[in-house]
Design a protein around this ligand. Sequence first.
Ligand code: PLP
Length: 415
Amino acid sequence: MTHDRELFEIIAREEERQNTTLQLIASENFASRKVMAATGSVLTNKYSEGYPGKRYYGGNRIIDEVEDLARRRVVALFGSHLPAGSIHANVQPHAGANANLAAYLAVLEPGDTVLGMRLDQGGHLTHGSPVNISGRFYNFVSYGVTDSDERLDYDQIADLARDHRPKLIVAGATAYPRIIDPEPLRRIADEVGALFLFDAAHIAGLIAGGAHPNPVGVADIVTFTTHKTLRGPRGAAILCREDLGAAIDKAVFPGLQGGPLEHVIAAKAVAFYEAAQPEFAEYAQRVVRNAQALAAGLAGEGFRIVSGGTDNHLMLVDLRSFDPELTGKVAQEALDRSAITLNKNTIPNDPRSPFVTSGLRIGTPAVTTAGMGQTEMASIARLIGRVLRRIGDEPESAAVRDEVAVLCSKFTPYP
Ligand SMILES: *Cc1c(COP(=O)(O)O)cnc(C)c1O
């Protein structure tokens, strides 16, 4: 067979891009070589519809060991503080969106009322956006952040819950820089007789590393992606109360998915193993400290940081304080030309559309995996300031690009 040079050259170029440019997208990370080895293993060849011990195909004795190992490890990682057997794990969801949809399918009927966070204030598409199936099949009511401190106000969520009597309360966000405390949400859910789903997609790694409160055992269902702060393969998992396990399993398969991706489940098992090591707790702390250092550096450059700072792996930057005319779209494109990759994002009460925006979302999980620390965060803040002060100045853009190349050459994720 001849070598598929066409494709593998493209992959090599993407590896080069990841090694030589700054990755500041808050939902991204660098998976380990072991995670990627499992993803590229022979497990990709096997059909294993069903669950360990109850498969629709033969030849699954070894595959069952893989999936059982992944399930045991994820329960140990997030549920070691709970009585044995009280938490059920499903490691089959192909992505975070599927995990959330499976949770809804397991506990809701179409038309049921659900309380979730507003998309334009940090929530996720699957928390009731009208363009997502969640918003089309269920009656989502949204809560947001306050105008004053741009944080969640649990009293306001409680008032909404009393008014709307949701069957489910969803917590979790894609662009919220503060700790989400599961305890007050549990109390609100109990008061109104709702179930409580915590979507920990972004912060699963921070929870595993002990840097954020653990919702497992507090919420009835916890969904999370494995590829963001958790640093595993692209995919997701669900942890839930044991008595909801059968409904969750049925919702994932046959409700939503067909054959599980056992090669990815194996890679999730690798990630759960890595996240259980003491170094991972240090990593989680460093991610947060780096985000705080980067936010402080950007504030020093004249950018307003939404809510005044960050408790997690990301910050939202309000560009209007820096330059009232500057949009997130223009800033993202200018930074991209200087090899700094991040994304535009709406900020709370953003007057501009989601395609334009007045903000940027910046995250530290990937650069922290690459080994960068607070000194590098200070440099990155200065580089961002330089680019955005002189948009359209090609020599300045090239000078920053060169500095980024030097920085990345010292912190290469895949040497
Ligand atoms: C990323 C994310 C998801 C979806 O994950 P995908 O794997 O992209 O489907 C769901 N919820 C939240 C809060 C997220 O941040």
